[in-house]
Design a protein around this ligand. Structure first.
Ligand code: GLY
Length: 595
């Protein structure tokens, strides 16, 4: 049972501006507040049999309906994925990809099933594809248009999971998505914003404007209706034919045809060769809990465990969650992790990543030793330790064999102790902006998650390294971090978030708030978050702020502070005394349902 020492402030969470609790410095906590018109009841539910937390109200309701029809959590997850693909085209879709972890209570202490359905580079892609003759990065080429699209993996991933672990027929679980795309829905503020941000690219492609523009050729706005009839037909084909409905036949032909027309790189061979990969999750133990998260090609799991390891001996609870000491140490551990991300992370099927070194406690202790107690790491600081030295020879040999305010996340758990977490994406708002004519498929722009050249930044400002350069069939480095925490093999918490590089720092802060600081789940999520990604050397603080004394102390330590929206929307479910507590981040317009 969690210790609810800040219960007195809960009712305030319905107010529309940031607020803080009163009390001594170490217990003064700043929280974000709910968006206008939202109630706490939409964002938190305590249930027994099933709990569903997603970023989309249609997705949550449809997944719950699937459960009521006799579906299990994989059926519900399949419904949620396809409905989100219709409801949130700004962040996910069948032209994209993702990752999932599934803790099956019957498998007890076994690792969660860890599934990689990330997009991959086309066979014809190459290291210099985003550079001009002088070796300079061609502006926006990895972000807009046909070359920015990787080979989609979402349909393969969710269908394979459904085939192996679902109970209901595919046509049943996909019904809601088919209907929503056909009938349409009213454009909500977040989607309207994304459409407005991508106006230029929408207008560049006739098939894209046909969906996102009105009859006068103007982009759709908040309150307009978004109908995706072609997408509905494509989903129907997939629901009848399964994977082949997407990767072969008329849909595949249209996809490859559009690449040919726009002189893109994808061919039928890319679609034929697309494989869902089963990985070992990244595993850490933290204060008596086991933490499992996504392995490369995501950087998320490695750095979540690295940050937890670095901080594991610090008694941060005694200081308080928003004390300058806690924030300084969290930020410094994030800096160390992002310095490593730039140097060492990439797709382990193509490059050696010192995963065991980066997640070893000895390495973390040496990194912790290099963090000053009361001074920010400076702008030229870089992690001088070589994580590969912290690996046993066998680990190194094993890995050397190459074994092994976009994006959306949802979490589903049931009363039997099962939990499913998945983060899915098209990368930037509306992905590449290219809709394959006649199919409604919006292609991703995941190629931007590769390093266009060493040292170049991606959409999220992350610095790219050699290990993450484009190679044929390689998967671009991600930060997506679907994460499951267990204790003695039983699920304790499932969570994840969208928002690029911020994902892993938002997930790690939620875990620490919940496990270290004993905060209730809702408050663990609502508390002001910070983010540091090494470069730029800036400590980002959410606009809801931190106690005045914390800010003063952090500045004295020479932290460069900038207030910024971080874009995370954590969707989490905890298992508490036989109950399921689901929370959808109050920063967004998600919905939690269950019974
Ligand atoms: N495209 C965002 C990520 O994969 O982290």
């Amino acid at each position: 049972m969690k210790n609810i020492y800040i219960l007195s402030c809960l009712t305030l969470l319905n107010s529309c501006s940031a607020f803080k609790t009163s009390g001594p410095y170490e217990k003064e906590i700043h929280y974000v507040s709910l968006a206008k018109g939202q109630t706490k009841a939409d964002h938190e539910k305590v249930t027994e049999k099933i709990n569903i937390a997603t970023q989309g109200s249609f997705a949550t309701k449809a997944a719950y309906e699937t459960f009521k029809k006799g579906g299990n959590i994989i059926d519900a997850a399949t419904t949620a994925s396809f409905v989100l693909a219709v409801e949130r085209p700004q962040s996910t879709g069948i032209g994209g990809g993702g990752f999932a972890l599934y803790h099956d209570a019957n498998r007890g202490k076994d690792f969660p099933l860890t599934v990689d359905f990330r997009e991959k580079a086309p066979i014809n892609a190459h290291e210099k594809m985003f550079l001009d003759d002088k070796g300079e990065v061609i502006s926006r080429m990895s972000l807009d248009g046909i070359f920015s699209a990787g080979v989609p993996g979402m349909v393969a991933g969710m269908l394979e999971l459904h085939k192996e672990h679902g109970k209901l027929p595919l046509e049943t679980v996909m019904q809601a998505a088919i209907k929503l795309a056909r009938d349409g829905f009213t454009i909500y503020p977040e989607l309207a914003y994304a459409i407005s941000k991508r106006e230029n690219i929408i207008k560049r492609y006739k098939a894209t404007c046909a969906i996102f523009c009105d009859k006068n050729g103007d982009i759709l706005k908040e309150g307009d209706k978004l109908v995706q009839s072609d997408l509905s037909k494509t989903l129907k084909i997939i629901s009848k034919k399964g994977r082949d409905g997407f990767y072969k036949g008329t849909i595949a032909k249209a996809l490859v045809g559009e690449h040919r027309r726009l002189k893109g790189l994808m061919t039928q061979k890319d679609l034929d060769k697309y494989e869902v990969k089963y990985r070992d999750p990244i595993r850490g133990d933290y204060k008596g809990y086991e933490v499992f998260s996504m392995s490369p090609p995501s950087s998320g799991g490695v750095h979540i465990i690295e940050i937890l390891n670095i901080l594991r001996k610090d008694d941060l609870k005694t200081y308080g969650v928003q004390h300058s000491k806690t924030v300084h140490l969290r930020a410094s551990a994030m800096q160390a992790a992002f310095s490593d991300r730039a140097s060492y992370l990439g797709d382990t099927d193509f490059t050696y990543v010192p995963v065991t070194g980066l997640t070893s406690k000895k390495y973390a202790d040496d990194v912790r030793y290099s963090i000053p107690e009361n001074k920010a790491l400076n702008s030229v600081w870089s992690n001088m330790n070589d994580p590969s030295k912290y690996e046993a020879k066998e680990d190194r040999e094993l890995v050397n064999k190459y074994e092994s305010p976009e994006t959306t996340h949802f979490t589903i758990a049931d009363g039997k102790g099962n939990v499913f977490v998945s983060t899915q994406t098209l990368n930037g708002y509306l992905g590449s902006g290219v809709i394959v004519p006649g199919t409604g498929i919006l292609l991703n722009n995941e190629m931007d998650d590769f390093a266009t050249k060493p040292g170049a930044n991606n959409l999220f400002g992350a610095v790219g390294g050699e290990k993450n350069l484009v190679q044929p069939e390689k998967r671009p480095l991600s930060s997506m971090s679907p994460t499951i925490v267990t204790k003695d093999g039983k699920a304790v918490l499932g969570l994840g978030s969208p928002s690029g590089t911020r994902i892993l720092t938002c997930v790690v802060q939620t875990i620490m708030n919940y496990l270290d600081h004993d905060m209730p789940l809702y408050e663990s999520i609502a508390a002001t978050r910070v983010h540091h990604q090494w470069k730029p050397n800036v400590l980002y603080v959410e606009e809801s702020g931190l106690p005045a004394r914390t800010i003063k102390d952090l500045k004295r330590m020479e932290h460069e502070i900038e207030y910024k929206k971080l874009g995370c929307r954590v969707q989490a479910i905890s298992f508490e005394d036989g109950k399921l507590r689901g929370v959808s981040d109050p920063r967004g317009r998600g919905l939690v349902l269950g019974e």
